[in-house]
Design a protein around this ligand. Structure first.
Ligand code: ADP
Length: 163
């Protein structure tokens, strides 16, 4: 049986912290499906198309990864994709409460799907899409925290916002 995991998130934009989780997820699972969650209540900086493009570009050299989008119930999507696990990353205790709640709800909805958590690599403990956007907005150097294509996109985005 092929072991497939879904790695869901906003990826607004993808960071090196996300890539680390995907890479390590691939050491456990045969395939990881990175899925952008379409959440109309969440205001994103990048459009869905832009986020997809950045994910594709960032993972050009990754094998056994699929990039997708979804809206609706995550556990239904997982079943549709024949995935048995939901992969998530944990940075700090502050991530824990929300993740715990979500994992318990997902387990209640579909017991056969397991939530798997990977602790962040020490290097990425303070890396989040939102903090990177804040820094980039005011011209802070974000090299090494995001893939190069994301850095360029962020610079373009804020340049046209300021201009
Ligand atoms: P969401 O809006 O679902 O939190 P994100 O794109 O912010 O979406 O994150 C997707 C997943 O990646 C979450 O499980 C989050 O905890 C994890 N994650 C984000 N940044 C890091 C990081 N630096 N290290 C480890 N995990 C991370």
């Amino acid at each position: 049986m092929e072991h497939v995991a879904i790695y869901p998130g906003s990826f607004d934009p993808v960071t090196n912290g996300h890539l680390d989780i995907i890479e390590r997820g691939l050491a456990i699972f045969d395939k990881v499906i990175v899925t952008i969650l379409i959440n109309p209540n969440k205001q994103a900086l990048f459009t869905l198309e832009e986020r997809l493009e950045m994910l594709h570009k960032s993972m050009e050299n990754f094998k056994n990864v699929e990039v997708d989008t979804f809206s609706g119930l995550l556990v239904d999507y997982a079943q549709q994709k024949k995935a048995h696990a939901i992969l998530r990353g944990l940075r700090a205790v502050s991530d824990f409460e929300y993740e715990f709640q979500m994992a318990l709800m997902n387990r209640r909805l579909r017991r056969e799907i397991q939530s798997v958590f990977l602790m962040t690599g020490l290097r990425w403990i303070f890396t989040s899409s939102s903090i990177i956007k804040e820094a980039a907005r005011f011209g802070g150097d974000i090299s090494g925290m995001v893939p190069d294509c994301v850095k360029t996109k962020l610079e373009e985005k804020f340049l046209c916002k300021l201009g």
